[in-house]
Design a protein around this ligand. Structure first.
Ligand SMILES: Cc1cc2nc3c(=O)[nH]c(=O)nc-3n(C[C@H](O)[C@H](O)[C@H](O)COP(=O)(O)OP(=O)(O)OC[C@H]3O[C@@H](n4cnc5c(N)ncnc54)[C@H](O)[C@@H]3O)c2cc1C
Length: 449
């Protein structure tokens, strides 16, 4: 009899696993359980939908439910929520249409994602106050901006979602105020990137309120103001983007181990403490390639990659899910900012390294070629071994050079090795020495003392 592979969660992790398993094994029974309506959607595109650059929400769907069902022969059940897991009996309890039933599995993947953190602010339930994590929420924000035509918008949180939403609301003609309780935006990108981004946000008429903790919202039915300590600032629409937390509770109550990060603990194959139960994506930990420690960085490629690997593993070909470097990139109006690995010196020391870093500015193209923009690059290395630990890039073009740094981290390269990489050069694309190689050259000099 064919084995059954059950996936919980119908987005990046879950559907990547289901699709890969189907390609590898035409006989496997594959059941995908999704509590909502949408599957295989690009949450990452939501800010651009609100901004108006993506025409319809449907454009964010990569593969339709029909395609999964007909062309991929996956038993996809939308509006089916898994409410319990019994890893001993190897069943999940599913709630659908007001009824519950038990679904047996031979292999189970938990791909339940994460949820937007909702701080215990007064006024979270006022009209015009949103978090943005699901397509339905993006739709609600878009509708609200269309109908209420807000003049002043407040973004709470200066992470990448907050910054993308600042751009989205500004693009809709809203006067944007961004509130961040820390001294800088984009904390995981480091101060050097944050300062460049902050200057650019101000140039774009975003009102930045750093070191400013929001305490709640007020209004009569609909939001009218953001409440700060001793002050009240007007706002007709609010986006709360203060981070996400893994949906790990379903697993935890079933006795599936959760790590210190709060996400589900997994091994190199994405396996939990139960042999036949895997976890991937925003709900799961992954191993940091620099520190070797479990980490939780909820990003799309991590979910897709791990899902795909697990889909292959359950068909009898064990495939590691891959380590993570926390590589991330964000657009802030005309600027790009990117980071990978360990960028913060204190974090490097905590991980047992002796960090040495450099920050350089270099042109994105040959200095004489039209359109060259300045790139600011930071690289961090370990003094003793010379091993590269991380880096960041910020500028108006060529920021995806961060991938060179990320690749070097995965290869465990030293700064000297990065300096002598054979990287592509022609005047319209780069100076002769690529800015990453230049930064490595300067850092190598510093390491030599
Ligand atoms: C606004 C925004 C912008 C983003 N931009 C980027 C970006 O630019 N780059 C990047 O790398 N990442 C970005 N991300 C993050 C990226 O979207 C996630 O990392 C990715 O979607 C994770 O995929 P996942 O499958 O693990 O989880 P999810 O996409 O959250 O999917 C989990 C699914 O599980 C379902 N589910 C949960 N519990 C149950 C249950 N009990 N039973 C059945 N179904 C259940 C949920 O309904 C959901 O559909 C962004 C996220 C947001 C919100």
């Amino acid at each position: 009899m064919a084995e059954t592979f059950v996936v919980v969660g119908g987005d990046a992790a879950g559907m990547s696993a289901a699709s890969k398993a189907r390609r590898e094994d035409p006989d496997l029974e594959i059941v995908a359980l999704e509590k909502g309506e949408w599957v295989s959607y690009a949450a990452c595109g939501m800010p651009y939908y609100v901004k108006g650059e993506v025409e319809s929400l449907g454009d964010l769907v990569q593969v339709t439910p029909e395609t999964f069902r007909t062309e991929r022969d996956i038993d996809l059940r939308t509006n089916h929520e898994v409410v319990a897991i019994d890893p001993e009996a190897k069943t999940v309890t599913v709630s659908a249409d007001g009824e519950e039933y038990d679904q047996p599995y031979d292999h189970l993947l938990i791909g339940t994602g994460a949820h937007a953190i909702e701080p215990p602010f007064a006024g979270m339930d006022l009209d015009g106050v949103f978090t943005i994590h699901s397509l339905d929420e993006a739709d609600a924000v878009e509708d609200f901006v269309d109908e209420a035509e807000p003049e002043t918008g407040a973004i709470v949180g200066g992470g990448y979602v907050g910054i993308e939403m600042a751009e989205a609301l500004a693009g809709r003609g809203v006067d944007v105020h961004l509130y961040e309780m820390l001294p800088h935006v984009l904390q995981p990108f480091g101060e050097s990137v944050a300062e460049v981004v902050e200057e650019h946000l101000r140039d774009q008429d975003v009102n930045l309120h750093l070191d400013t903790a929001v305490e709640g919202f007020s209004g009569d039915g609909a939001v009218e103001a953001v409440e700060l300590e001793g002050a009240s600032e007007p706002a007709d629409v609010v986006i709360v983007g203060v981070g996400v937390a893994p949906n790990a509770e379903l697993a935890e109550v079933a006795g599936i181990e959760v790590g210190e990060t709060g996400a589900i603990a997994t091994d190199e194959y994405g396996r939990t403490n139960y042999d036949d139960v895997y976890a991937a994506g925003d709900c799961a930990e992954a191993t940091n390639v620099v520190t070797g420690e479990p980490d939780h960085v909820p990003l799309a490629l991590t979910a897709n990659r791990a899902g795909r690997a697990i889909g292959q593993t359950v068909t009898g070909d064990p495939t590691p899910v891959g380590e993570i470097a926390g590589t991330a990139i964000v657009k802030a109006f005309d600027l790009g900012a990117a980071r990978t690995g360990v960028v913060d010196e204190d974090a490097a020391r905590e991980a047992g390294f002796d960090p040495v870093s450099v920050e350089i500015d270099a042109p994105s193209r040959a200095h004489y070629y039209p359109g060259a923009e300045e790139l600011s690059i930071k690289l961090v290395a370990d003094r003793e071994s010379g091993r590269l630990l991380g880096g960041s890039v910020v500028g108006r073009e060529g920021v995806k050079r961060i991938d060179t740094v990320a690749t070097a981290l995965h290869a465990g390269m030293t700064v000297g090795e990065v300096e002598y990489l054979d990287l592509a050069y022609a005047p319209p694309f780069s100076p002769t020495w690529d800015p990453i190689a230049t930064a490595a050259k300067v850092l190598a000099g510093k390491l030599e003392g």
